[in-house]
Design a protein around this ligand. Structure first.
Ligand SMILES: Cc1cc2nc3c(=O)[nH]c(=O)nc-3n(C[C@H](O)[C@H](O)[C@H](O)COP(=O)(O)OP(=O)(O)OC[C@H]3O[C@@H](n4cnc5c(N)ncnc54)[C@H](O)[C@@H]3O)c2cc1C
Length: 623
């Protein structure tokens, strides 16, 4: 019988525990097993990503390599510096591979790539074996049990999940691994196309791995250092690796009360060092922690704990949200991450349209919205709560879920009326846990374009922060310009009398942009608020009301041929810049923090805010 020679292709499953695909590879009883990772140019050039996320990936690779090496001193993670589509067929031949094994990935690009690679494997006489393991249930099985449709609500996910069957129990990590075979190469490295490269502005230097030969600068297939990838040192304190993830899980499980009674709406977005939620999301993204292991640890504890919380608020409920977005994406495919041509995403003529993908530019152009977008990204909106969150996001690559709610609502339907894809694009660049399905799905939720439709529930950039952190410790940490400001004004510095500003050694002036787009802040100054939030909220609500009345989705022919403009004009919404178009009253606006979890019995009326103070008025008079 021909000996079995397995190429095990690690991607977003950078772990040894609970890996159904790795188990399938071992079940083949291979004579040799090569654990490999390929540097896929799609993620290098076409998908945005900051150094923080690359550092997390490198941490995961190094940790995994060490763990493999512990099980078999002859083995480790072999990192190949070439596109999988070109390098794998050559490797099949050079290393006499009989089986290619990997964990399935339902992201739109990954599906396409995996199909190409599987076809090439077939041509080379190599058998492809795949298993799912990224989610609690197999996303494709969920879609099938949901009538072939995307799961657009938790109820649909849970109903389909019931039909698929119980979430499988986690598998143990292997206790041994076969030797790898020969790793010599008899072919040249093929350089991938580096044009376009969306990450040029993010990197400081050149992305060098493709210049170092397939096996890297030392010819040993070792993982890279961040510097070789052209990035400055990571700023995030959150680091990757399966070993770290398992320790974090142990730590969380040791606090039984916290874990069993976890209620997401009660966790504070203003908590930092430590944060109030688990911070396991980047580990789920890179696969350094299996979602099924996490699920069953929590579920087993909850089932013996009196007063344990339940989905959707519980920790297991959080993982269900993740599965819901994955299955939605699995059904819709590549258009899931955009409005254009997406039959499930409501079309809204935002005042700053998407520029993310060609052909998705429908919308009106507003100079103010463009300016607001840049100030939002730079964390200099003049609303300290929003600025603190955006600065934490850029520096740490992670913010609390309700913090994400605040900034996403503010950028879209609750302030700036900017296309959600613009915000999702910034999150793609900065998040260490960026997950195409979860990012797009949550942005759709927050912009009320899919999953959630209560557009009149809006986050106040003032009252919401105040609710969690009256003293403003979170703001003081991330917006040090305001660190000495009296508690009374920390969320609304424009209300502070001159004496309070003088005492805090801060001047309110300018737009914080230092004449550019990158938010260079002048010492001792903090910007004026970039808009009158009350006025903007009303403009946005009125515009959303019209969009809901018009009621067309991204795949509507009128979106594609541009005639959407006529229906919106007829509905009285051409350009929505005028402040007096508002028809909603403050009484319609409630704080939206607990809406996601369906527990919004408490109807909190938003605090009525008077007109902005003299600083803001003065600014308006001057412009
Ligand atoms: C605008 C916006 C964009 C987002 N983008 C992403 C993203 O790119 N990647 C990502 O993983 N999450 C994203 N989320 C969801 C959520 O904010 C993060 O998963 C969560 O904050 C991660 O922190 P945690 O691990 O402490 O979560 P916990 O509250 O401890 O939850 C446990 C796990 O459940 C999962 N989870 C929790 N909430 C959600 C959710 N709403 N949707 C999907 N999965 C969830 C995560 O894997 C998380 O690790 C986004 C949310 C918003 C509002």
């Amino acid at each position: 019988m021909k000996e079995v020679r397995v190429l095990y292709w690690f991607r977003t499953d950078l772990r040894l525990h609970d890996s159904p695909a790795l188990q399938a590879a071992l079940d083949l009883k291979p004579a040799v097993l090569y654990p490999i990772f390929t540097f896929d140019p799609h993620y290098v050039y076409l998908s945005k990503g900051s150094g923080n996320r690359w550092q997390f990936l490198l941490d995961c690779q190094k940790d995994l390599s060490k763990s493999i090496n512990k099980l078999n001193p002859k083995s480790r993670l072999f990192v190949l510096r070439e596109a999988p589509q070109t390098v794998l067929p050559k490797i099949f031949k050079a290393w006499r591979i009989t089986h290619l094994v990997f964990e399935r990935d339902t992201d739109a690009y990954a599906r396409e790539r995996d199909q190409v690679v599987s076809d090439l494997a077939k041509e080379a006489g190599v058998e492809t074996v795949t298993r799912y393991g990224r989610t609690l249930w197999d996303s494709d099985a969920i879609v099938a049990k949901n009538g072939g449709k995307p799961t657009m609500s938790m109820a649909q996910l849970q109903a389909a999940g019931k039909k698929v069957g119980e979430i499988p129990r986690p598998l143990p990590a292997p206790t041994s691994l076969p030797d790898p075979g020969e790793t010599t190469l008899d072919f040249e490295q093929e350089l991938p196309d580096s044009n376009p490269d969306f990450n040029i502005p993010v990197r400081e230097g050149e992305f060098r791995p493709y210049k170092a030969g397939i096996a890297g600068p030392n010819g040993d297939y070792a993982p890279e250092e961040l510097e070789e990838l052209g990035f400055p040192p990571a700023t995030t304190p959150h680091r990757g690796g399966e070993t770290r993830a398992l320790k974090m899980l142990d730590h969380i499980m040791a606090d039984e009360e916290y874990t069993a009674k976890f209620q997401k709406p009660k966790t504070s977005p203003a908590a930092f060092e430590p944060q109030s939620t688990t911070l396991l999301s980047p580990h789920h993204h890179f696969g350094s922690l299996s979602p099924r292991l996490f699920y069953w640890c929590v579920q087993d504890l909850a089932s013996r704990f009196k007063g344990a919380s339940s989905p959707p608020e519980s920790l297991t409920g959080q993982l269900l949200f993740r599965d819901m977005y994955f299955a939605a994406q699995a059904a819709i495919g590549s258009t899931f991450t955009q409005t254009y041509n997406n039959p499930y995403c409501r079309f809204i003529p935002w005042h700053l349209p998407s520029k993310v993908k060609e052909g998705t530019e429908a919308g009106t152009e507003s100079i103010s919205a463009e300016r607001w977008f840049h100030r939002w990204k730079a964390g200099v909106t003049g609303f300290p709560w929003i600025d603190a969150l955006m600065r934490q996001l850029k520096h740490d690559g992670w913010i609390h879920h309700l913090g994400r709610h605040s900034v996403a609502c503010f950028l879209t339907r609750g302030g700036c009326y900017v296309h959600w894809e613009r915000g999702a694009d910034v999150f793609e660049e900065w998040l260490i846990d960026h997950e195409p399905a979860c990012n797009a799905g949550n942005w759709q939720w927050l912009s009320c374009t899919a999953f959630f439709s209560q557009y009149f529930r809006c986050y106040s950039p003032i009252a919401f922060g105040q609710k969690w952190d009256k003293e403003g410790l979170f703001v003081r940490h991330w917006v040090p310009e305001l660190k000495n400001l009296d508690e009374k004004y920390i969320y609304e510095p424009w209300r502070a009398p001159q004496s309070a500003l003088d005492k805090a050694h801060v001047r309110l002036e300018g737009d914080g942009m230092g004449g550019g787009d990158d938010g260079k802040r002048e010492e001792g100054t903090y910007p004026e608020p970039m808009m009158d939030f009350n006025e903007r909220r009303k403009v946005c609500l009125d515009a959303m009301k019209t969009a809901y009345q018009v009621g067309i989705n991204g795949n509507d022919v009128r979106v594609k041929n541009g005639t959407w403009r006529e229906i919106f004009d007829a509905a009285g919404q051409g350009e929505m810049e005028e402040e007096d178009k508002a028809s909603f009253s403050d009484a319609d606006v409630v704080l939206a923090d607990d809406v996601e979890h369906g527990s919004h019995k408490r109807k909190v009326q938003a605090k009525r805010e008077g007109p902005m103070d003299r600083h803001f008025k003065k600014m308006k008079e001057e412009t």
